[in-house]
Structure formats: C-alpha cells, structure tokens
Design a protein around this ligand. Sequence first.
Ligand code: ZN
Length: 74
Amino acid sequence: MYVVIVCSRCGHYLLAKGGSKTRQCPYCQIRLRLAKVKKVASAKSPKEASALIRALKQRRSEVLSDHGISDTDF
Ligand SMILES: [Zn+2]
C-alpha cells in the first residue's frame, strides 16, 4: 500500500510507502513524519500512486473520482 501525502513545507505531492514512518521531501529536503502529514490518497501500487499524483496536480476529476476522491476534498 502506498499513500500520497502533501509536504507540509512546500506543498508538493509525495509518494510514501505505507508503513514507513518518515519520508524526506525531494523538493525541500524536509523530513516529514507520516503520522503528522496530510494524506490525500492511497494506492495499491507505485504506478497507481503516481497516476494519482499526476491527477491531483492537474485536478483530473475523472481519475480522482475513480479512486473515490472528490475535487471538493481540497
Ligand atoms: Zn517539501
């Protein structure tokens, strides 16, 4: 299981592996504690997760609704 999180410093979407405790943001280098950051989506595979991140960046509502995410969640 993979989760899509939002960096609390720079706001980029990041992919984190479910079960891991921390994730370093590749954009601003901050070390995020997964218990504290905002999780916006979860996915079964890295491929699915990166498709979700792309969709989130573009607000592709048709992809997001496939995953039960609504644009109004943001
Ligand atoms: Zn960041």
